[in-house]
Design a binder for this molecule. Sequence first.
Ligand SMILES: *[C@@H]1O[C@H](CO)[C@@H](O)[C@H](O)[C@H]1NC(C)=O
Ligand SMILES: *[C@@H]1O[C@H](CO)[C@@H](O)[C@H](O)[C@H]1NC(C)=O
Ligand SMILES: *[C@@H]1O[C@H](CO)[C@@H](O)[C@H](O)[C@H]1NC(C)=O
Ligand SMILES: *[C@@H]1O[C@H](CO)[C@@H](O)[C@H](O)[C@H]1NC(C)=O
Ligand SMILES: *[C@@H]1O[C@H](CO)[C@@H](O)[C@H](O)[C@H]1NC(C)=O
Ligand SMILES: *[C@@H]1O[C@H](CO)[C@@H](O)[C@H](O)[C@H]1NC(C)=O
Length: 455
Amino acid sequence: MEIRRALPQDIRELLHCLKMRSKYAVLLVFVISLIIIEKENNFISRVSDKLKQSPQALAEANSTEGSPAPAKNGSLASLQELDAAFSQLRSHLHNITLQLAGDGQPGPRRHVLLMATTRTGSSFVGEFFNQQSSIFYLFEPLWHVEKTVNFLSGAASAVGSAVIYRDALKQLFLCDLYILENYISPVPEGHLMPFLFRRSSSQSLCEEPVCTPSTKKVFEKYYCRNRRCGPLNITLAAEACRRKQHVALKTVRFRPLEFLQPLAEDPRLDLRIIQLVRDPRAVLASRMVAFSGKYESWQKWLSEGEASLREEEVQKLRSNCESIRVSAELGLRRPGWLRGRYMLVRYEDVARAPLRKAREMFRFAGLPLTPQVEEWIGKNTQAPRDGSGVYSTCKNSSEQFDKWRFSMPFKLAQVVQDACAPAMRLFGYKLASSPEALANRSFSLMEEAQPAWVT
Ligand SMILES: *[C@@H]1O[C@H](CO)[C@@H](O)[C@H](O)[C@H]1NC(C)=O
Ligand SMILES: *[C@@H]1O[C@H](CO)[C@@H](O)[C@H](O)[C@H]1NC(C)=O
Ligand SMILES: *[C@@H]1O[C@H](CO)[C@@H](O)[C@H](O)[C@H]1NC(C)=O
Ligand SMILES: *[C@@H]1O[C@H](CO)[C@@H](O)[C@H](O)[C@H]1NC(C)=O
Ligand SMILES: *[C@@H]1O[C@H](CO)[C@@H](O)[C@H](O)[C@H]1NC(C)=O
Ligand SMILES: *[C@@H]1O[C@H](CO)[C@@H](O)[C@H](O)[C@H]1NC(C)=O
């Protein structure tokens, strides 16, 4: 029956809203209650009017409506009214949902930092944010900063570069994109960037009006993917950033979470940090392919049966894992300044259930997940491989995420397990005790994700 079908649908939509937007929930419930009360009042008063009607009134009703069976007809009409009321309620609800989810209604401005390390699937996850047109998304803006500051080395410089990165992130969140000019040499003239690293990975930088007509036929590195654009005018980009409702930045260059406290406490920002991690065994396997030059000594150790790996290499791996773990531990400890601002996400969970995880991330960030994003996820997680590059985001994710297990030499896995055990324990990656276990598809290397990871 129409009414019964309408009701659960409304309630389902309502629950969905409540889950998606707890901040709006109160408002929403209020509005809906008003509508319901209003409709019910209306309906009840009409029904009671009908019941109160004298035979004379019925006769009148009979004559005006020309009904052969007035009482019966009266209840039918009421049902229809009820039905109409419900469809209107439904339409109202639908409109409200659209308003809350759409770009039309300006809600609070969010600043999302996707904090990852290389080969953890951050391009893929970053794309979720890039696909949403209300978000100004930048892919690795710190690349330029790193190019300028990476001549430093040692522990003191780790602090120094963290501060520089942090301050650059802050300016970018505030749409002060001119900060990037400090890290580009020669200094751009007229705020025209000769190139911006992976401009093509930021939709906001490749759409009108930031994409200006291309005048010269110059080769531009990292041009836009689907169209020719003139050199990036930073002023236009900054304006676009201010026009968009939210800002999201992805970086693999920033580790120490504690340095973000000033951003979390900056009243101009509403920061949400998503720390993306991945099984360090998988990360190493992927890095050895993507950055083979840096892993020559590992390759030698593997292929030429050299007695042992250089301790220096193992140490590097260990400190990598430790810096990720230390940040995650801080996040999960939920200090006051991070409350509601930190979420830990494992790449493997995203790969196995991309849409569900995307919904969780967007809900955490207080952003609506638009159909564009859902569509992109659908297209890019089920598609069979089409031979794209190393930074490809287009793969059948649930098939790909643990492929490394079947080609990784066990002794390599062992080195990672030894160096990264504390991090693996924290993130729920199980150690493989033998080559058989490593390659055994029925033996999951993952503990279940924990609800406490969203804080
Ligand atoms: C309603 O109208 C029908 C036909 O028009 C008539 O036969 C009947 O008596 C009327 N009923 C009343 C209550 O007036
Ligand atoms: C009574 O209900 C029927 C069915 O909805 C409607 O077509 C009619 O106009 C109403 N009035 C009558 C039959 O007097
Ligand atoms: C919902 O929005 C549509 C299109 O904007 C409009 O035609 C309709 O009247 C609205 N419904 C309600 C109940 O406000
Ligand atoms: C960049 O854009 C700004 C704002 O539209 C404009 O005023 C400026 O002339 C542009 N710069 C160049 C070099 O085209
Ligand atoms: C993706 O991989 C999963 C797991 O192997 C498989 O069940 C699914 O059919 C694949 N989807 C496509 C579109 O290839
Ligand atoms: C693979 O793992 C499953 C589940 O842990 C276990 O039952 C099975 O014996 C393992 N197979 C081999 C060949 O080790």
